[in-house]
Write a protein that binds this ligand. Structure first.
Ligand SMILES: *Cc1c(COP(=O)(O)O)cnc(C)c1O
Length: 431
């Protein structure tokens, strides 16, 4: 089979039927949503200091269930994880012009949540193995203005929390965990996302479990939790009657999640463990099948950690292969493999950062006096992230597809076929 002609060169395709799109919503979610609709109470929040300030029965039930599941003192639901990140940055007391260190290998919201408070994102490089913040680069980027670290558990694996928390302690910084892609995984016996001052998860429909849109904040800090609830629900109208004395960043929003979403979330949370285990099982079979292909690095998992495989990450040694990443991907796609991505992200290279145009047209906040030094987003500031994104990283969108064992085997067959024919790719396809 493997020496057969590649599909990209006119041979037969390995995979005839495209992988099924993942759909985690079942009859339980339908029934739960229906019951809420029939009750007529689709939301029960009031943006005033009132019994309904904390939301209705499904919000309460979901939040208490999340506290048990993630083993935290407080869970606060929000209408997206983007909202959750904004609330988190505000709740920890970030001031305009403060610097927050963040990874460029993330979804854009991890960094814009910082800008929303007129604070300055500073990008540190990533580890080549976990693709999460490199503690040494974080430490090298600390200035007198640094106030926090945004640690992102990217692709499904925890950041190096012991090292990051130690750096934070040494320099008096707060830490936020963006665990959108890794709910239900573990870091040294604790649930990923719960080791920072505040962390949380996305409930967007691209993620492991979803409610369409939604997010979950988790913290063990009573004061941060209450500030999150205030920012979620019109803080400025509530702090007076409630008697809050810390008024820093008490500008409120409507970040409230509805009763239908929370009812769906309750059912989804029951399924999270099984979903993550399914992805771990598929990843283990892929690892076994792909191991030993020269110039291809399969994912690694740090000791005492687990991986949720939001993405199944692979790294190519393109120089050794003598074939570019884009040609490898084209050849795999021709064999019928779908869901492959070349690279992940280099947030610092987005036009907004390159042109420094977040607010208005005059470069605010970077151009204003609140930004106390020149912060650069030039290409070259994160060499590991840039090389992976531009040349060597391939991700398979594991979370988007429901791979059965046969499909995993077909995917392995497609990779082996491409690897057995690298010579013909070198000579027949423009790199
Ligand atoms: C999805 C995602 C977000 C944003 O979550 P939403 O619920 O879509 O707003 C933030 N950070 C990371 C790493 C994500 O993957």
């Amino acid at each position: 089979m493997s020496k057969e002609k590649l599909a990209i060169l006119g041979g037969d395709k390995t995979i005839g039927t495209p992988f099924k799109r993942y759909n985690p919503i079942g009859a339980e979610e339908v029934d739960a949503a229906k019951a809420v609709i029939e009750s007529g109470v689709l939301s029960q929040f009031l943006g005033t200091w009132h019994a309904d300030f904390y939301g209705g029965p499904k919000v309460q039930e979901f939040e208490r269930m999340l506290e048990t599941y993630f083993d935290v003192k407080h869970a606060v639901t929000v209408n997206s994880w983007t909202s959750g990140l904004v609330a988190a940055v505000g709740a920890i007391g970030i001031e305009p012009g403060d610097e927050v260190i963040v990874t460029p290998w993330t979804m854009c919201a991890s960094a814009t949540a910082i800008l929303q408070w007129n604070a300055i994102p500073v990008f540190a490089d990533i580890e080549p193995t976990t693709f999460c913040l490199d503690p040494a680069s974080v430490e090298a980027n600390i200035t007198p203005y640094t106030k926090a670290i945004m640690a992102v558990d990217i692709l499904g694996h925890s950041a190096n929390m012991d090292a990051l928390m130690a750096i934070a302690k040494k320099h008096g910084l707060k830490v936020i965990s963006d665990t959108a892609q890794a709910p239900g995984t573990f870091y040294k016996g604790k649930m990923t996302g719960t080791l920072a001052d505040v962390g949380g998860y996305s409930l967007n429909y691209h993620k492991h479990i979803h409610t369409g849109e939604g997010g979950i904040l988790v913290t063990n800090d009573d004061e941060i939790a209450e500030r999150l609830r205030l920012i979620r629900n019109h803080a400025e109208a509530v702090v007076g009657p409630k008697g809050e004395t810390n008024l820093v960043n008490m500008i409120g929003n409507n970040f409230r999640l509805g009763e239908i979403e929370c009812a769906i979330g309750i059912e989804q949370l029951k399924k999270l463990k099984g979903f993550v285990e399914g992805r771990q099982h598929a990843a283990a079979r892929l690892n076994a099948g792909l191991q030993g292909l020269p110039g291809l690095r399969t994912p690694s998992v740090e000791p005492e950690c687990t991986h949720a495989y939001y993405m199944y990450p692979m790294v190519l040694d393109v120089d050794k292969l003598g074939v570019s990443r884009s040609v490898i991907i084209k050849a795999l796609e021709a064999e019928g493999v779908i869901g492959l991505a070349s690279g992940y992200a280099n947030i610092h290279m987005l036009p907004m950062y390159q042109n420094k145009t977040a607010y208005g047209s005059s470069g605010f906040p970077w151009s204003s006096e609140i930004c106390r030094r020149e912060v650069t987003y030039a290409h070259g500031i994160c060499p590991v992230a840039e090389e992976l994104h531009e040349r060597t990283y391939i991700g398979f969108a594991m979370c988007m597809h429901e791979l059965d064992e046969e499909e995993v085997e077909l995917m392995v067959t497609a990779f082996k076929k491409v690897w057995a024919n690298l010579d013909s790719l070198r000579s027949h396809v423009d790199q």
